[in-house]
Design a protein around this ligand. Structure first.
Ligand code: H2U
Ligand code: ZN
Length: 351
């Protein structure tokens, strides 16, 4: 009779709890023992011109709606020509039979934020100073949109790469500002509030301190910010960027701290590109306090980077049968993913 070895999270299947969303992720580390094939595909990182006359985001070009972009020198923001929520739609609410078919009108607006006039760059190829101009724009947009009386939540995000449904390689992100708080930030809000009421401290400030102390999943840190693979990561190379002090909104981040933030974004996106020697696709979202006029001392500003790639520039992790109908699952542990990213060079594989 063979004795069962004591539990080791490197070897044995387990579930990890995400205290931000109250959800579990299934981890199957015994399956990650297969040899690592970090294969690189030729041409995965195609050359692009610095200006593309066909691009609807390049300076001076015409957009689909007929408007013309100015010759902007750094960042540029405009109202999305195809908004998914509109500022002036009629108000309506209904519950349906037995409250089973609830419906509510939703007002809001969408903008596109262009990170650079250069068609060929991504955040990973921009300098920290250039990235700081993007950070400043995120802050001024959060403030401007959040101040509108019908806007209670400002979601800033970036889809990067065709794999993530990004329609144009020109470096850009989006903002959807709206009346309601979307599901995920709403869940995180509830968990952070509960933790704050119980412990008198911010959940994510305590989490960052614990991660720094353990030092198993930290990718970078400077005076103001930390990049790490969260303990409860779902996507193979999922990461978060977090401030080290309690701060609820990006407008509360000082100029000095914004430089630290730009530094961390630059280093993280370079590591990502180096992983499979490609312009690494991801969806990134910024979570921060709602803009409904309430006080949110429990909410901690943070960035989620959710990249789909698993094994190469083209082989991605699918969230399918078990994940779609049960719960998320991963093979590689968060610690193994962090280690792989830590070991990569800090210089981008191509300048
Ligand atoms: P994505 O690449 O992340 O899909 O964002 C591009 C956005 O740009 C998309 O929401 C908008 C689309 O509606 N857009 C314009 O506003 N004007 C255009 O001329 C083309 C695309
Ligand atoms: Zn362009």
């Amino acid at each position: 009779m063979s004795a069962i070895a004591p539990f080791n999270p490197k070897d044995h299947p387990h579930r990890r709890f995400n205290p931000l969303t109250d959800e579990w992720v299934l981890v199957s580390p015994h399956r990650a023992k297969r040899p690592w094939q970090g294969q690189v595909e030729d041409g995965a990182d195609e050359d692009r011109p610095s200006y593309d006359p066909q691009c609807y985001l390049c300076p001076g070009n015409e957009r689909v709606g007929g408007e013309k972009n100015p010759q902007y020198p750094s960042t540029y923001v405009f109202d999305n020509d195809f908004m998914s929520i509109l500022p002036d739609s009629p108000l309506h609410e209904e519950n349906g039979p037995g409250g089973l078919m609830r419906l509510r009108s939703e007002r809001g607006l969408c903008r596109v934020i262009v990170f650079s006039p250069r068609h060929d760059l991504t955040l990973a190829q921009m300098s920290a100073d250039e990235i700081k101009t993007v950070v400043d724009l995120w802050a001024s947009q959060y403030q401007e949109l959040g101040a509108m009386d019908f806007i209670n939540h400002v979601m800033i995000f970036e889809n990067k790469g065709a794999m993530m449904g990004c329609s144009n390689p020109h470096p850009h992100g989006q903002i959807w500002a709206q009346e309601s708080i979307p599901n995920l930030p709403a869940k995180e809000l509830i968990a952070q509030k509960r933790y704050f009421e119980t412990n008198g401290r911010s959940l994510l400030v305590d989490y960052v301190e614990a991660e720094i102390e353990l030092d198993e999943r930290i990718l970078f840190k400077n005076d103001a910010f930390v990049a790490l693979v969260p303990f409860w990561a779902v996507w193979p190379f999922e990461t978060m960027i977090l401030p080290r002090r309690a701060v609820s909104t990006i407008t509360d981040v000082s100029a000095e701290e914004r430089r630290d933030l730009a530094d961390v974004i630059r280093r993280l996106t370079i590591k990502y590109d180096n992983l499979f020697k490609t312009r690494f696709p991801y969806s990134m979202g910024i979570h921060q306090a709602p803009t409904d006029g309430g006080a949110y001392p429990e909410v901690q500003l943070h960035w989620h980077f959710l990249p789909p790639l698993l094994r190469s520039a083209t082989v991605k992790k699918f969230q399918v049968g078990y994940e779609l109908t049960g719960e998320p699952q991963r093979d590689l542990t968060a610690e193994q993913a962090a280690q792989r990213l830590i070991e990569l060079p800090e210089e981008r594989y191509r300048p």
